[in-house]
Design a protein around this ligand. Sequence first.
Ligand code: 5RP
Length: 234
Amino acid sequence: MTHPQTTSAATLSQDELKTLVGQAALQYVLPGEIIGVGTGSTVNKFIDALASMKGQIQGAVSSSVVSTERLQALGITVFDCNDVLELAVYIDGADEINPQGHMVKGGGAALTREKIVAAQSRQFVCIADESKLVQTLGKFPLPVEVIPMAVHRIQRQFAAMGAQAVVRLKNGVPLVTDNGQQILDVTGLQIADPLAFEAQVSQWPGVVTVGVFAFQKAQVCLLGSATGVRTMTF
Ligand code: 5RP
């Protein structure tokens, strides 16, 4: 990790910090490119800022239905992932990021498509406020997208690790992802070795995607803090 560079700013609210890092991410958007776009409240700020460059880019590949709709509403063309070979950059938020650039993601239930688009991109630029920076991943409940018939089996596997996996609900019923699957939120974890953890859980039958992004880690994090945007590189 290189030493963070800091730009100055007055004390800002969390929402203002999200706006700041969303705008700061524009420096990674190269004219003529197709941009990978993530999901979440921080990315929404980036999408809004990206509208100012819509005439300069070809368009975007999106990681969720909700981001696709926001991009299209602003007049930005959204390409099918299968029609694009490689993306120069993927810009997305995180629920947690550690000093190595490993992340927990999926608070917005979009982790599977996020991991696919990240894997297709040469550079992952994470945009986050400083509350997301942790030494060890695992305090934020870890999202895991699963096939419904495997829910109880996977819950038992996490219980054997000393963790608790709960089905995420929406309006009192299991949330259904953009891929027609369910989300388990897992508490009681301390993920000391994110690469080993991601490799292990990804192999469990019925797991679609685990929300640890260690293989698809960030190369850059724009971290919004009370003193401005810190640029961390990994
Ligand atoms: C969605 C995600 C988001 O990037 C993550 O939840 C952070 O969201 P926000 O910017 O709203 O805090 O992984 O699946």
